[in-house]
Design a protein around this ligand. Sequence first.
Ligand SMILES: [Zn+2]
Length: 195
Amino acid sequence: MQDLAEGVARFQRDVFPARAELFAHLATHHTPHTLFIGCSDARVVPELITGTEPGDLFVIRTAGNLVPAYTPEADGVAASIEYAVAALGVQDIVVCGHSACGAMTALAQGHDLSGAPAVAAWLRHADASQARTTAAGDVPALVRQNVLAQLANLATHPSVAKALAEGKVALHGWVYDIPTGRVEDLTAAGPALAV
Ligand SMILES: [Zn+2]
């Protein structure tokens, strides 16, 4: 906690005053242009890798960047998606996977998750991702297929389905490579929803 406290002090002393105008604007405006759904992995920092400012990204981070398909029993992820799309009107949604993802590695390599029942249950939301991946044990392949599968899940949420039908939102699937810093856009070549 010592480091965090020092970081807060540094933010208040150095960062905040230099950006006072931005923060004053943000105090009364919340108009992010993009919903960014990434992995909780500490190495994948949405604002850093996209060069965005506070206020630009509405962020959801889950283990394995998983987006459960819509069910009537809403959860926190569904609520955040609905709020971003229906209330805030984001124009783009990015699902971002990444290299060396612990969740995808556990699935691809069949790790024993009996000691982590919540993780094991959560990762069932990647069943379709695994089904799409033909090469067993291929972590990078699963990472990519998982991004595409989660885009498909995303489209089952009514707020997203409506925005897609009205042409108000575009879906994008990315993979961030930690050792090189590169971002591959899996959906760049085809239509916005190439899932
Ligand atoms: Zn991950």
